[in-house]
Design a protein around this ligand. Structure first.
Ligand code: SF4
Ligand code: SF4
Length: 467
């Protein structure tokens, strides 16, 4: 077995099973050590993040109320009250892999298969634009014939050319440095890939066939993406496949590795939870992760990686999303369809191609109204990517807290656009009231005046103003 080395070029070196097991054993042994937990909470309160061992300790032993309070405080300091909104766009569900938890796996002959043409993609994008979305993430199964890198790049071009989508994040299979270089050249935002489970034995059992069955190749994807010039990467684990404590510790070790080697940690961490889906038996995955534990995981991630976006999808119910937002989530999807061609009424073949069940079925408009009611600023901001604030430049601004000077104003401006272009009257009234209040919270006179001027220009018809 390889020794633990955060700088190791080998997956099993930086996601080191021995180190994870020792960290978990140490956390278990210390979980009732109140002094140590108090000291670790104080260290977390300095908002510089925590290492994986400290995070494992807090997950094991910190009192939930204190954990949520600290996570909420850190979130407010780094993110204010804004919540970034996005939607997934499924391009194809043809897949050569055998992931046993996913209905798109190659052996699921009951699954109708569908790949969108460029015309159909245009239709989907127009439907997403008409909802008010500006930021999407494209998703596909892995298939050399149906979704080669050329198809992905052509699709990204189609999406940007369709007009209203300003940032395309990409969630596609682990690939080569050359393919990532090509992807970068097509103007992607964040490259996202979930490890699913970091526990190698579980990974091997759940990925019996296809290129994804290679654990080390899959983990190494983010290294290759960064070597291919992609500045922003998003990691994640599918909670419920293996021991959640193992996944949290490994996720943070992955983040530590990227930071140590490339000087920049992950842009986002996603926390999907195992859900039922057509053609997948979930019984084999055990009882899953309980809601309170799930919220503790989110809080520990927020405390450990204060400047990393945390994403939760519509797999989760309204109630869980509410708790998770308070505990540290900063980005949520809304109005999502997890079918191929699901946004466009005329798209054929969408029925039955769902990747997972949605537990928050509200429309984007309903989610915006809900966020406003709860005092959050729904944000459609994509400014950093478009201003070239990416990678280490972005992280520097995040770590110094200066990014707030951009996020809050941009959130207000993009919300104003949304209210005018898409919202119903009650939502518009609630949103404009919130904007007036939040404008007053901008401390810099110069920035406040600039934002006030931009809000007026947006009301006069200008769009896409940003800091
Ligand atoms: Fe294919 Fe991804 Fe589903 Fe695995 S999880 S079967 S790679 S679509
Ligand atoms: Fe995200 Fe940058 Fe916009 Fe802030 S300003 S919401 S970090 S894109």
């Amino acid at each position: 077995m390889l020794p633990y080395d955060v700088l190791s070029p080998h997956a099993q070196g930086f996601i080191n099973h021995g180190e994870i097991m020792e960290s978990l054993a140490w956390a278990e042994a210390q979980k009732d050590n109140r002094d140590l937990i108090r000291q670790t909470m104080l260290k977390a309160g300095e908002k510089k993040g925590l290492g994986h061992r400290d995070a494992a300790l807090l997950l094991a032993g910190a009192e939930s109320g204190e954990l949520f309070e600290l996570a909420g405080k850190i979130k407010r300091e780094f993110y204010g009250s804004r919540v970034v909104l996005f939607a997934p766009l499924y391009l194809s569900n043809h897949c050569v892999n055998g992931c046993v938890y996913c209905p798109y796996h190659a052996g699921n002959s009951a699954m109708p298969r569908k790949k969108l043409s460029q015309d159909e993609i245009r239709g989907e994008v127009i439907a997403l634009q008409n909802m008010g979305h500006k930021r999407i993430v494209i998703e596909t199964g892995e298939h050399p014939d149906f979704s080669p890198i050329e198809y992905i790049m052509e699709s990204i071009t189609t999406i940007y050319k369709s007009g209203g989508i300003r940032r395309v994040n990409v969630n596609i299979a682990a690939s080569t440095v050359d393919a990532y270089r090509m992807l970068k050249s097509s103007g992607i935002g964040t490259y996202i890939l979930f490890q699913e489970t970091y526990h190698e034995m579980t990974y091997n059992a759940l990925h019996p066939s296809g290129p994804k069955s290679d654990y080390a190749w899959h983990i190494g994807a983010m290294d290759r993406a960064m070597q291919g010039g992609i500045d922003d990467v998003g990691i994640g684990a599918l909670f419920g496949l293996a021991d959640y404590r193992y996944e949290l510790t490994a996720l943070l070790m992955h983040a530590e590795h990227l930071e140590a080697v490339y000087g920049v940690g992950p842009h986002t961490i996603s926390v999907p939870r195992m859900r039922t889906a057509h053609g997948v038996c979930t019984d084999r995955f055990g009882p899953g992760v309980a809601d309170e534990t799930f919220a503790r995981i989110v809080a520990c991630l927020r405390i450990s990686a204060p400047y990393t976006g945390i994403i939760i999808s519509t797999r989760e119910s309204e109630e869980i999303r509410r708790t998770a937002l308070d505990a540290g989530v900063s980005q949520i999807s809304g109005g999502s369809r997890t079918t191929v061609g699901g946004y466009c009424q005329s798209a054929i073949g969408a029925a039955g191609t769902k990747q997972f069940e949605i537990n928050d079925n509200r429309s984007l408009g309903e989610i915006v109204a809900w966020l406003l009611e709860r005092g959050y600023i729904p944000s459609f901001c994509t400014a950093c990517y478009r201003e070239g604030r990416v990678g280490d430049r972005f992280m520097e601004l995040c770590k110094s807290g200066q990014i707030q000077n951009c996020c809050q104003p941009n959130a207000l401006m993009t919300l104003q656009e949304y209210l005018i272009d898409y919202a119903d009257l009650p939502t518009r009234q609630a949103g404009e009231k919130l904007i007036r209040g939040e404008l007053g919270n901008i401390t810099s006179d110069k920035t406040r005046a600039f934002v006030a001027e931009c809000l007026e220009r947006i009301k006069q018809g200008e769009r896409d103003l940003r800091i």
